[in-house]
Design a protein around this ligand. Structure first.
Ligand code: TYM
Length: 337
């Protein structure tokens, strides 16, 4: 594709609310990397979203830089994608306000992630947590996004984003591109190693449940060895009936790209211990180079900072254009009109 042709747009983001996990690679980062050359990409560190749960300021600052560094370590090229921090581009919060006036209270109440998070953080069910998907819609719509590569858990938020875009376009005139989700066939929902009915999460209090991308090789091996499996004896891929072993099969697939069917065929009669050892080897080979690059990138904070400043400037120019259009359409007076 020539450089002058307008490429379709990708937007996606990750919350800097902890160390990133294998789940973030599986559901998001690996697909961002695969798609980055065919799209005009915006990859955001969504710090505004992170404060819907109480954060320690020093940790939030550290995780923000960690998160951006992990984008690069996973293979995002800053020459082809725009990497930036959400709070550096005020248009996100501004558009979210406008979109909140187009969102029904009932429709926001139906978001399953809100219901789950309000149970997990019962002592702090704040209005920001409730409005979170509207901010996410603003993130996406500001860039006239065509495609949003995310894990399964974000599907409902994408549906709300599409509804809001269509609602606004119908109320005024075409303003927003209506985005499509991109949810991978495998790895869209990696499960906890300790309870394969639960999603793998960076905030799981049991650290054995989660593979962090900064885990050293011994920790990766130990966590896989201790992974909870089911009572069967064969290696199969059947996430409904055999969630534990299927999760490990999926991880092996992610780390090696070997087709699921071939993995199952090859390991069908292997013992659980032998298969776990193979999964651990594959994950170590996959994660070790990412961790090494991460540590290198993270060591040069000046470089990371200048990249994020440039990214925010580029993003703000595009975002401003959409925001101005929206402000004009809803009837905000401006001396520039
Ligand atoms: P967050 O920060 O929880 O997760 C970031 C991305 O990683 C995916 N993911 C997983 N995929 C598979 N298995 C897992 N165990 C797993 N854990 C996390 C998530 O699905 C997500 O794609 N609301 C978003 C952040 C966001 C955003 C956006 C995303 C804000 N604005 C605009 C896309 C577009 C979130 O909380 O993701």
């Amino acid at each position: 594709m020539s450089n002058t042709a307008k490429r379709p747009v990708i937007f996606s983001g990750i919350q800097p609310s902890g160390d990133l996990t294998l789940g973030h690679i599986a559901g998001a980062l690996r697909n961002w990397v695969a798609l980055q050359h065919d799209y005009d990409c915006y990859f955001c560190v969504v710090d505004l979203h992170a404060i819907t749960v109480r954060q320690q300021p020093a940790k939030l600052r550290r995780w923000t830089l960690d998160c951006a560094a992990m984008y690069l370590a996973a293979g995002i090229e800053p020459t082809s994608a725009t990497i930036f921090v959400q709070s550096h581009v005020p248009a996100h919060a501004e558009l979210a306000w406008v979109l909140s006036t187009f969102t029904g209270f009932g429709e926001a109440s139906r978001m399953t992630q809100f219901k789950e998070k309000s149970e997990q953080h019962a002592q702090n069910v704040n209005v920001g947590l409730f409005a979170y998907p509207i901010l996410m819609a603003a993130d996406i719509l500001l860039y006239q996004t065509d495609l949003v590569p995310v894990g399964e858990d974000q599907k409902q938020h994408l549906e709300l984003t599409r509804d809001l875009a269509q609602r606004f376009n119908n109320a005024y005139s075409p303003t927003f591109t209506v985005p499509e989700p991109y949810i991978p066939r495998y790895g869209a929902r990696l499960m906890s190693l300790q309870d394969p009915r639960k999603k793998m999460s960076k905030s799981d209090p049991n650290h054995n449940a989660t593979i962090f991308l900064v885990d050293d090789n011994d920790a990766i091996r130990r966590k896989i060895q201790r992974a909870v499996t089911d009572s069967g004896t064969t290696i199969e891929y059947d996430p409904e009936r055999r969630p534990g072993i299927s999760n490990l099969v999926e991880m092996y697939h992610l780390a090696t790209d070997e087709p699921i069917e071939a993995i199952v065929e090859r390991f069908r009669d292997a013992s659980y211990a032998a298969f776990k050892a193979a999964v651990a080897d594959a994950l170590v080979a996959y994660i070790e180079p990412v961790r090494t690059r991460f540590l290198e990138i993270r060591a040069d904070e000046g470089h990371l900072a200048s990249l994020l400043v440039a990214g925010a400037e580029r993003a703000a120019r595009v975002a401003e254009r959409t925001l101005r259009k929206v402000y004009r359409k809803v009837g905000f007076w401006s001396p520039k009109d």
